[in-house]
Design a protein around this ligand. Structure first.
Ligand code: SF4
Length: 344
């Protein structure tokens, strides 16, 4: 899609969706810029009407990552988005008004080499598939296969598929079933996952299990809030499975009865100070001098607290002792030295 490869052995990409009014170009661009800074690799915007479609060329201007138009109900919006130069389309072929309308969109997408994501959602499954209102994993897969067949019949294969549900076991089973039946790249996520805390956990469980099973090519964490958190959460999931590397990894202990410094505040401060740093660096923030350096042997650099003071260590080796109030500053100095005097 555009300059990004999805599927096969390509790295698993992180994507997000704006929650600004797409017609407001300045706000949408500002949000996209923040998302790109956070590491977002594909961005999707809702295109609910023609005015939104008309804003796309300006939103696209100078944008370094692929822009995906999210379309429902009106195939003309898909055509206008293609005309505007988007690199991807997300449609539900079942709800954009009959096969002739789908054919018109597919023809244009093919001409412009724009992939289409078939986005099946448990909440809006076709009535004939949700028997008695019950949505099963098989019904979701059937919906996807129906749409895939429709596009394949039109000789269109640049397809991605998603099978989202807010219920984790349901989405897990649906993705597993589909992964066994088709070879198309899968966009994975738990939809309507919730607010920052609950939504991140739910997403980590759903997305994490699939990724660990080798299922999924591109990830969207969906959270109620600033989408920048979606990108950070996605990277944490990928980093914890060793699938992507981005930014500093902070290892911090939970604190215990041995802790004699204000480690919770210190860990928060370290995380904040290093947030913008994109270096493959492991930093340990440990509460106790006895266990700290040993427990964080694999960290590149770290601190271990004592009583009103702490140790700075590198790869588990103690470098020097500093006062508690200087610990963060000294740790930053050490990191600064490691990454060749870069300022942050
Ligand atoms: S590193 Fe020390 S202070 Fe932290 S949890 Fe372990 S024993 Fe407790």
């Amino acid at each position: 899609m555009g300059n990004v490869t999805i599927g096969g052995d390509a790295p698993i990409t992180v994507q997000s969706m704006t929650n600004t009014d797409t017609r407001n170009v300045a706000q949408t661009r500002a949000q996209i810029n923040n998302l790109v800074k956070a590491g977002c690799e594909i961005i999707r915007v809702a295109v609910p009407d023609m005015e939104a479609a008309k804003a796309l060329p300006q939103i696209k201007q100078g944008l370094g990552i692929p822009l995906v138009a999210d379309i429902h109900f009106d195939y003309r919006l898909a055509l206008a988005s293609l005309e505007a130069g988007v690199e991807g389309l997300r449609i539900n072929p079942g709800n954009i008004g009959g096969e002739d309308k789908v054919a018109a969109v597919v023809k244009e997408a093919k001409r412009k080499k724009v992939p289409i994501r078939i986005g099946v959602n448990a909440g809006s499954l076709e009535k004939d598939l949700a028997v008695g209102g019950a949505v099963t994993p098989e019904a979701m897969v059937q919906s996807a296969l129906r749409h895939i067949t429709m596009l394949e019949k039109m000789d269109f294969y640049d397809i991605k598929v998603s099978l989202k549900a807010s219920d984790v076991p349901l989405m897990l089973e649906a993705y597993r079933l589909l992964a066994g039946r088709v070879d198309y790249p899968l966009h994975i996520g738990v939809t309507e996952a919730g607010t920052l805390f609950r939504g991140s956990i739910k997403s980590a469980v759903g997305i994490g299990i699939l990724l660990w099973e080798g299922i999924g090519d591109t990830v969207r964490v969906s959270l109620t809030g600033d989408p920048v958190h979606e990108v950070s959460a996605a990277y944490e999931i990928l980093k914890s499975l060793g699938l992507r590397q981005r930014g500093v990894e902070i290892i911090s202990c939970p604190t215990c009865g041995r802790t004699q410094i204000d480690l919770i505040t210190i860990a928060g401060e370290v995380e904040e100070r290093l947030a913008a740093l994109d270096e493959p660096l492991k930093v340990a923030v440990m509460g106790c001098v006895v266990n700290g350096p040993g427990e964080a042997k694999h960290a590149d650099v770290g601190i271990a607290g004592g009583k009103g003071e702490g140790l700075i260590f590198r790869k588990g080796k103690v470098i020097r002792k500093v006062k508690e109030e200087l610990l963060v500053e000294e740790l930053i100095k050490e990191i600064d030295q490691i990454i060749n005097g870069r300022n942050f």
